[in-house]
Write a protein that binds this ligand. Structure first.
Ligand code: DLL
Length: 426
């Protein structure tokens, strides 16, 4: 049956969201002592919440709240009703533990199946799932969603890349699900095996879990001969399947009937005008085991509610340019790793691999940028270096203290898990 939810009018959607918001605030207050306390402290009774407009009066939930209530202080159901646990390991401290009831798993399947369908897949497709299985939500999230769609799933998980290339060829995988950095690693591995990755049957890559700039997406599409569709999500809300690109590739549709989005100024907490960049805040409208109200994701993006050419009415977010805490402040100049990535990857001679090292010498910050050259590069390195430095200076008012042009293949590749490109030695 066709899913009409994604195409309903904004007015109808708002009505549904308002109903669900009222219910979830009441449900969270009744079942999670943490929410009873924070709502009471803010002087808010669920009866004050009439429509989505009122969401602004609710207090935020933060990563620190997950840490402080570790492991299960935010759960709203008894153990007997928890069917599955996942966890997301932050860079510091304890992992955030998240839980799902049967109904939550069904909801997850539904939004993942929708996400895969929006990216053009259907039950005739073979989906090779190279996201890690285990506590990470990527593996099981994509797996169950692809099954719910009726597709054939090959659960390779991450790693073992030579075998993955062989399987993609022999089992004629149509789609590969993986991080953007892994998609490139997969292409490189195929080349090393003397298999042209463009000749593989793959036509789609469903990438996510890490930032991916436009030039990085182009590199993936070009090297693998595929179309890339971005998927965004986070464990605290559900996992992958919060938002995904459709065929128009003009932003990621947020499945707003389940996840209510806002974008705020991370410094003031106030909403920013539509189209302006800020921190994404999400409220789960239907989750049972772990309802979250106004969760500060830390992810920076913009939001538009203009209708998409695909006909879906659900709001779209831009690809996440970075996290509020990824901001590099080097001698008073602010910039994000993704901005550096966008600039350097505009150069054809530069391969899509780089790293940023930060040091502090005599109380002064120093940033070293290492970028890889394409294998076939035999041009003038000094000239290329000064062109890149000029371009960085013009585009970002920023020049690294050191710019190393490394040989192709010298920067470590990430075969399992999320790529790390910034090393702060300070
Ligand atoms: O990474 C869920 C996921 C799996 C999404 C597979 C897409 C595909 P966590 O491990 O909890 O969950 O990490 C969530 O990863 O807050 C973002 O900072 C980042 N992230 C996720 N998707 C994207 C994306 C999964 N498309 C955190 N672009 C989020 C940029 C992303 N960053």
């Amino acid at each position: 049956m066709a899913d009409t939810t994604q195409y309903r009018s904004r007015d109808k959607l708002r009505e549904l969201q308002s109903d669900r918001l009222r219910d979830i605030v009441e449900y969270a207050r009744e079942n999670v002592p943490f929410y009873r306390e924070t709502l009471d402290d803010a002087g808010i009774s669920p009866a004050d919440v009439d429509s989505t407009e009122d969401i602004r009066s609710l207090p935020f939930t933060t990563k620190a709240d997950f840490r402080e209530t570790y492991p299960d202080g935010l759960f709203a159901v008894d153990d007997v009703d928890v069917r599955r646990i996942h966890a997301s390991s932050g860079t510091t401290g304890k992992p955030k533990i998240v839980a799902y009831t049967d109904a939550d798993l069904e909801l997850w399947n539904e939004v993942m199946a929708r996400s895969l369908a929006a990216a053009g897949l259907d039950s005739s497709d073979t989906v090779q799932n190279a996201y890690g299985y285990g506590l990470f939500t990527g593996g099981l999230g994509f797996h169950a969603g692809a099954e719910a769609l009726g597709a054939t799933v090959i659960p390779t998980g991450s790693g073992n890349t030579q075998r993955q290339v062989e399987l993609a060829r022999d089992l004629e995988s149509d789609a590969l699900c993986c991080t953007p950095s892994y998609a490139l690693y997969f292409a490189e591995t195929a080349e090393e095996m003397n298999i042209d990755p463009r000749e593989l049957p793959l036509s789609t890559v469903l990438y996510g879990a890490e930032p991916c700039t436009e030039p990085m997406r182009e590199a993936i599409e070009e090297r693998l001969g595929v179309r890339g569709y971005e998927n965004y999500g986070l464990s605290e809300l559900i996992g992958p399947g919060v938002a995904v690109e459709c065929a128009a590739q003009e932003g990621l549709h947020i499945w707003e009937d389940h996840f209510y989005p806002e974008v705020i100024d991370p410094r003031t907490g106030e909403p920013v005008p539509e189209g302006e960049e800020g921190e994404l805040v999400l409220t789960s409208l239907t989750k049972e085991a772990l309802p979250v109200l106004r969760y500060r994701t830390g992810d920076l993006t913009t939001l538009t509610r203009k209708q998409c050419e695909c006909g879906r009415t659900m709001a779209r977010m831009d690809g996440v340019t970075g996290r509020a805490d990824d901001l590099l402040i080097v001698r008073g100049v602010n910039c994000y790793p993704s901005q550096i990535e966008s600039v350097v990857l505009e150069f054809d001679a530069v391969a899509p691999y780089y790293r940023i090292d930060l040091y502090r010498d005599d109380n002064l910050d120093r940033l070293e940028l290492t970028i890889e050259l394409e294998d076939e590069f035999d041009g003038d390195r000094d000239r290329l270096r000064s062109e890149i430095l000029d371009r960085l200076g013009n585009a970002l008012s920023f020049t690294p203290d050191d710019l190393e042009l490394a040989e192709y293949g010298t920067i470590g590749r990430t075969e399992v898990g999320k790529v790390k490109r910034v090393y702060d030695h300070r």
